[in-house]
Ligand binder design. Structure first.
Ligand code: KIV
Length: 288
């Protein structure tokens, strides 16, 4: 039996062509990456959401390129099948195409990811084109761009209230595709717009809060498992109440320790009888 080989950008194109939905999940460490792979996800995104779910920030803005590289190295090290995408953090690609290319190259070279992802529409197209030209696959990210949270004044669905905004998002999708991106995340747009974008572009759209018509979906590991339970965004389906289950398990552990129920003999290591006898007699001799 041969091991399955790692998913590639070509598989993404094939899946879109065949109408096979793409399941993508975020991953940041050995546990999330290994579980995602075992569960059969097609792609793992080392997202800058790590700023929120791992580092405890309110936004993704404090995440640095070194942080993404550190976590991406773990995810690539412990998996063999899913395609791995590394997120470009805020201000690591916004200054110039040259800055973006140098940082995308570093991310790919130092972590082993198969592609980088960056937020932006038409204005980012020259940067995407430059990076793709250098041989680095780019996943675009249009619609709600969390790195622009302060520009929006909060995390808001885009292209819902104004036809001109919606038209601009369609133009963004075309620009990102024409710049050479192999796929794009479409985040926080109305269902109808998610559908129009998906029908109009020939590269796969990976939706989050963008309705069911995208070519694939991406979810944040902690949201899916109910580990991040401070609040529940509308687009999230919690498959288990992880935080509640974990809290209850940890509380049982605390209770067992405090009431002498853990550890028991089955969790401990007994000394060999002859070693114990020798030690006991040595100990007795010391006391004489
Ligand atoms: O950083 C991230 O995890 C993302 C996904 C939510 C799409 O960009």
């Amino acid at each position: 039996m041969t091991a399955a080989s790692r998913t590639t950008v070509r598989d993404f194109q094939k899946m879109k062509a065949e109408g096979t939905p793409i399941a993508m999940l975020t991953a940041y460490d050995e546990t999330s990456a290994r579980l995602g792979e075992l569960a059969g996800v097609n792609a793992l995104l080392v997202g800058d959401t790590l700023g929120m779910v791992i580092q405890g920030h309110q936004t993704t803005l404090p995440v640095t390129l070194d942080h993404i590289i550190y976590h991406a190295q773990i995810v690539t090290r412990v998996t063999t099948v899913p395609f791995i995408i590394g997120d470009m953090p805020f201000m690591t690609y916004n200054i110039s195409p040259e800055q973006a290319m140098a940082n995308a190259g570093r991310l790919m070279q130092e972590s082993g990811v198969g592609a980088v992802k960056m937020e932006g529409g038409a204005s980012l197209a020259p940067t995407i084109a430059r990076i793709v030209q250098a041989g680095i696959p780019v996943m675009g990210h249009i619609g709600l761009q969390p790195q622009s949270v302060h520009k929006y004044g909060g995390m808001r669905v885009q292209g819902r209230d104004d036809a001109e905004d919606a038209r601009r998002l369609l133009a963004d999708a075309h620009a990102v595709q024409d710049a050479g991106a192999f796929a794009m995340v479409v985040e926080g747009v109305p269902v109808e717009l998610g559908k129009m974008i998906t029908e109009q572009v020939h590269i796969p759209t990976i939706g989050i809060a963008a309705g069911p018509h995208c070519d694939g979906q991406v979810q944040v590991f902690h949201d899916l498992l109910g580990l991040f339970d401070a609040f529940k965004p509308r687009h999230v389906r919690r498959y288990i109440e992880g935080a509640k289950l974990f809290r209850e398990a940890i509380a049982s552990y605390v209770d067992d320790v405090q009431n002498h129920r853990f550890p028991t003999a089955e969790h401990a290591f007994a000394m060999k009888p002859d070693v114990l006898a020798a030690l006991t007699s040595m100990n007795g001799a010391d006391e004489d």
